[in-house]
Design a protein around this ligand. Structure first.
Ligand code: ZN
Length: 358
């Protein structure tokens, strides 16, 4: 810009001088004109001085190239040419600068547009739900194991994102006067399914437990080896989960920890009626009484958690009986032949409240 101002100022000086007084010697920017003019004038003077003044002498004819009028014309021509050149240069420079400026503006505008497009895309991505997947095959180990459950099916997102997941290591419980769980179990028809993840026993209607003002009906019970829950870090050989549901669909799971000891009658009834193939269901014509599995002492731990299998649904009320239930080594060994390992790893406690009977 500084150059342009200098050029313009220069042009203005030349232009003004040329218009007001064409015979005034040009500025220093056209230095070759002035010496030529001075030399021509000196030569003219010399010629005039040599010319005899007496009448009748030879007539003076000034040389065409040394004619002052011709020199002035040449000078004007030269000035005009220089001025035109300068104007052309200024015009070129201005055009370049305008082009550069336009390019800079276009580039800035392009960058701004790209930024806006990216921001819009990010906003859409943030609002859009993650791509849906619908796998159903899951396992306790390997590629389809617990660490990847949430990736197998979009409906299983809680398995990773949840903050009230089960199982947990039960510790630091608040000892309070917990009300007794009221059991209203009775001998019931049942069937036994080997569902590929565990042995599951569906129980006929009419078995209830009531706690904290709600009554839940027993739906089914199933087994894990080893026990999924821990108590102050201590593990157990197996656990029975009895899954209950209230009329609003809320779940309550009663956990019975199994330890090595004397045979357990209800478990034996289930083992006696195992289906022969995975995926099959055995439908015996006898009954079982869930009461027979309950420990004598009814103290328990309670906290909020989730299903321990996909979809890892939260909002599940957990009731873990403090006194373990005994099962014989043979009974424990039989299940281990079907399912040597079907327990989800311990999940973060995440500061949830645990209450326990005094
Ligand atoms: Zn379970």
């Amino acid at each position: 810009m500084r150059n342009l101002i200098a050029l313009s100022a220069c042009c203005l000086v030349i232009g003004t001088a040329g218009a007001a007084d064409p015979v005034v010697p040009p500025s220093k920017s056209v230095p070759n004109i002035r010496p030529n003019l001075a030399a021509a004038a000196a030569a003219d003077r010399a010629n005039i001085e040599k010319e005899p003044t007496a009448a009748g002498g030879p007539k003076y004819v000034p040389p065409a190239r040394k004619n002052p009028a011709a020199s002035a014309a040449a000078q004007r021509e030269e000035e005009a040419r220089a001025e035109a050149e300068l104007s052309e240069k200024i015009a070129q420079r201005l055009a370049e600068m305008r082009a550069n400026q336009a390019a800079r503006i276009a580039s800035a505008e392009k960058a701004r547009k790209q930024k806006a497009v990216k921001a819009a895309a990010a906003e859409v991505a943030a609002k859009a739900p993650p791509p849906r997947v619908y796998g159903t095959h899951w396992t306790y180990e390997g590629e389809s194991g617990p660490a990847n459950w949430s990736k197998i099916n979009s409906d299983w997102a809680k398995c990773s994102s949840g903050s009230r997941q089960s199982p947990i290591d039960i510790r630091d419980g608040m000892k309070v006067d917990l009300e007794q769980i009221a059991f209203d179990y009775r001998p019931s028809g049942f069937n036994v399914t080997d569902n590929g993840h565990t042995v599951q026993v569906m129980v006929g209607p009419g078995n209830y437990l009531s706690v904290a003002g709600r009554t839940y009906e027993l739906q089914q019970f199933h087994f894990h080896r080893p026990a999924e829950e821990r108590v102050n870090g201590k593990g157990f050989e197996m656990v029975v989960h009895l899954v209950h549901k209230d009329p609003e669909g809320r779940l309550a799971v009663l956990a019975l920890l199994l330890e090595r000891g004397k045979p357990q009658a209800t478990i034996q009834t289930v083992w006696n009626n195992l289906p022969l193939e995975k995926g099959d269901t055995a439908m015996p014509s006898i009954v079982l009484d869930p009461n027979d599995m309950l420990p004598q002492r009814r103290d328990y731990y309670t906290f909020m958690g989730s299903l321990t299998t996909p979809p890892c649904t939260e909002g599940v009320l957990w009731l873990v009986m403090k006194e373990p239930v005994q099962a014989s080594p043979a009974q424990l060994a039989l299940f281990s032949r079907l399912y040597p390992f079907n327990a989800r790893p311990i999940q973060a406690n995440s500061g949830r409240m645990i209450k326990e009977s005094n």
